[in-house]
Ligand binder design. Structure first.
Ligand SMILES: Cc1cc2nc3c(=O)[nH]c(=O)nc-3n(C[C@H](O)[C@H](O)[C@H](O)COP(=O)(O)OP(=O)(O)OC[C@H]3O[C@@H](n4cnc5c(N)ncnc54)[C@H](O)[C@@H]3O)c2cc1C
Length: 645
């Protein structure tokens, strides 16, 4: 860290508000403390995880110190002989699900819909609240509550297809209204979510680009053919050529081109469109495609899109396959004509993002978990934790339970049950199951499942997982954006790369505030990129930076970045920041490198092993689709459960 704390506006402000319950914001700092150390000392843990805001997720912001420490103990082999140290509980379930994210809840929900009360299921989740990457944060600001996602935020397109079916089944609305843009000094377009405006250029937000202290702010650079963007003429020419590519690229010996929709269809699961063209794209990085096929210089393109791709595929163009880039509708590889994408805002988000989906599935399986069946309670209300794990429930959800070992009780081909051992409050317990769905990431599944076939384990070892930090910053007002005439900001250097105001969803005729004079939540997605290094080095280095930086240092970076960008427009970090919640995700995204989707000529992709499962164990998580979405999680979790029941 450069810069002394005293230089950062507000860093010496003593913060003692209700929204900071769950953590202590001490100015002394805790540079370099790792989660394992943090977990051993409650006060350090508080300072590493930081304040958690209020509500259901107050003690479950991102991967907390206690959860990260338990995972590191699994990694270090501490539980290899766990069976010898079991404290108790030997219940038998039809299904045990490891992980209470969207995929895990979908697996439990599949059993619930197939068998109703006739199927006994236990979901084991290591955090203090379920939801995984689909959880939320709330902060109270001067008596008003503002919300944001901890991770997954965007849903849609509106309620068509599978999404519509799920909404209907879970009693979620089929139509939505959002608060009207506020009475600012001028009309602003405000997006319904955090991602749609960033790259695809749907005109759903009034966008400004901050180009550093020398050049300041410009409008959307694409509006004037990049004229105002203070980059070199070569970089701008490259960007324009790339962006305006008509597609139509083909490989020798392969029929069809990348812009022919018949060759590359918009498949439900991307990896299902197994064509020679798809395999060709999956055989190279997008960087190589841009350089060798599109004949563009990739460096400016990387600068523009790497943060965005890292926020969806875990890494930049040097790491992700050209097929992965196609899923993200990148120029040259996608049949989707992004330039004609409509201004219509058909992607949207709930106040706490996709937290709604695991909550809705829990409500369907355990109605007593919520006070009533209304949408407001589901979105904002308190989950009754005491109802989640009652003996009489057909589906039980057990929180604060880290699964450390899963093994068949006998040979996988003949065993009738699987033992699942988990750690809770420092003690080990065992349950048995007729089937187990591993609805957690492969990075930990491969260390937990003791009798996993060696080729499965090897395949998974080849995958890399990238971390991300999601910082939710509650501000007392956003007049500084209003003065700039923007609702969404992008920048290229410093902390994060983008943030924006969202139109809050109307629920029962009311919404969270939407006025420049009222508080709002600004969400920053912060990848830790180091383009050019091998992907293994990039992801490990990024994780070290995420884990070794204290709350205090991240707070300084946030204050400095916001003050630099908005200070001249009426923002004062000391006065205007009301609260910060950090969500650290150690293994946020699998990186779909070349070969991720279709493997190589002599080896199937790792995900093919995972989808096969073995014995009484099935694997299902969003990562198996390469581009992680809540729908992918739902599909993979459901598929895994149906394999077993
Ligand atoms: C920053 C970010 C932004 C995103 N934005 C979007 C978006 O806008 N829209 C979208 O659709 N998707 C988005 N996603 C993708 C997200 O991955 C999926 O939407 C979905 O939430 C993943 O669900 P999952 O169940 O597969 O995995 P997870 O959410 O990771 O759930 C796995 C669960 O298992 C738990 N677990 C792990 N190990 C153990 C263990 N040993 N014992 C017990 N429990 C364990 C984990 O703590 C976790 O709760 C985003 C992801 C991130 C990180």
């Amino acid at each position: 860290m450069s810069g002394r704390p005293k230089d950062i506006p507000g860093i010496d402000t003593r913060i003692a508000r209700r929204d900071f319950v769950g953590g202590v914001l001490a100015a002394s700092g805790m540079v370099g403390a790792a989660p394992v150390r943090a977990a051993q000392d409650a006060s350090i843990a508080g300072r590493w995880s930081g304040p958690g805001g209020i509500g259901d997720y107050a003690a479950a912001n991102g991967n907390t110190a206690e959860v990260a420490a338990a995972a590191h103990r699994v990694r270090d082999g501490e539980f290899d002989d766990a069976l010898r140290h079991i404290a108790g509980r030997d219940d038998v379930y039809d299904l045990v699900v490891v992980g209470g994210g969207v995929a895990g809840m979908a697996a439990a929900y599949a059993l619930h819909t197939c068998r109703g009360a006739g199927g006994r299921c236990l979901v084991l989740e290591n955090h203090r609240m379920f939801g995984g990457e689909s959880r939320g944060n709330q902060i109270e600001v001067d008596g008003r509550i503002v919300s944001g996602p901890q991770g997954a935020n965007q849903t849609g397109p509106y309620t068509t297809g599978l999404l519509g079916d799920i909404h209907r089944a879970l009693g979620l609305p089929m139509d939505f209204a959002f608060a009207d843009a506020a009475h600012g000094s001028r009309p602003l377009k405000i997006a319904n979510d955090h991602f749609d405006w960033v790259f695809k250029r749907r005109k759903v937000a009034s966008v400004g680009y901050y180009c550093g202290s020398r050049h300041g702010w410009i409008g959307d650079p694409w509006d004037d053919g990049l004229a105002a963007l203070p980059w070199s003429a070569d970089d701008k020419r490259n960007l324009l050529e790339w962006m305006q590519s008509p597609g139509g690229h083909s490989a020798p010996g392969i029929v069809g081109t990348t812009s022919d929709p018949r060759n590359l269809s918009e498949a439900d699961d991307p990896g299902n469109e197994d064509t020679p063209l798809a395999r060709w794209l999956d055989g190279m990085s997008y960087h190589a495609f841009v350089r060798d096929v599109m004949k563009c210089d990739p460096s400016a393109i990387a600068r523009l899109v790497d943060p965005y791709l890292s926020n969806t595929l875990g890494a930049g163009i040097d790491c992700v396959s050209a097929y992965g880039a196609r899923i993200m509708a990148m120029p040259g590889v996608s049949a989707a004509d992004w330039r004609r994408s409509p201004d219509r805002d058909f992607l949207f988000s709930f106040p706490m993002g996709n937290a709604i989906y695991p909550r809705a599935m829990v409500r369907a399986m355990i109605p007593a978990a919520y006070a009533d069946g209304g949408l407001r309670t589901l979105v904002f209300g308190k989950t009754r934790r005491e109802a989640l794990d009652r003996a009489e429930n057909a589906t039980r959800v057990r929180l604060r339970s880290t699964v450390v070992r899963v093994v068949h009780d006998g040979h996988p081909d003949t065993a009738e049950t699987v033992s699942v051992i988990y750690l809770q409050d420092g003690r080990l317990y065992r349950v048995r199951a007729k089937g187990v769905v591993m609805a957690c990431g492969g990075w930990i599944a491969r260390r937990i499942v003791a009798d996993m076939p060696e080729d499965y384990r090897e395949a998974w070892q080849g995958l890399h997982y990238a971390p991300i930090l999601v910082a939710n910053v509650a501000v007392r007002h956003w007049r500084f954006l209003d003065r700039l005439g923007i609702s969404a900001a992008r920048w290229f250097d410093g902390f994060g790369y983008a943030t924006n105001i969202r139109r809050p969803m109307m629920i029962d005729g009311r919404s969270e505030p939407l006025s420049p004079d009222a508080p709002t939540m600004l969400t920053f997605y912060v990848p830790f990129l180091k383009p050019g290094d091998p992907v293994a080095a990039q992801t490990v280095d990024a994780r070290m930076r995420l884990f070794a930086t204290s709350f205090h240092d991240f707070e300084m970076q946030i204050r400095r970045q916001m003050q630099e960008m908005f200070g001249a427009h009426g923002f004062d970090a000391r006065r205007d920041i009301a609260g910060i919640v950090l969500n650290r995700w150690g293994h946020a995204f699998v990186v779909p490198e070349p070969g991720f989707f279709f493997g190589s000529p002599d080896r199937p992709p790792a995900r093919a092993y995972a989808r096969r499962g073995f014995g009484r164990i099935a694997f299902g998580a969003a990562e198996l689709q390469g581009y992680q979405t809540w729908l992918a999680a739902y599909q993979e979790g459901t598929r895994a459960a149906l394999q077993l029941i």
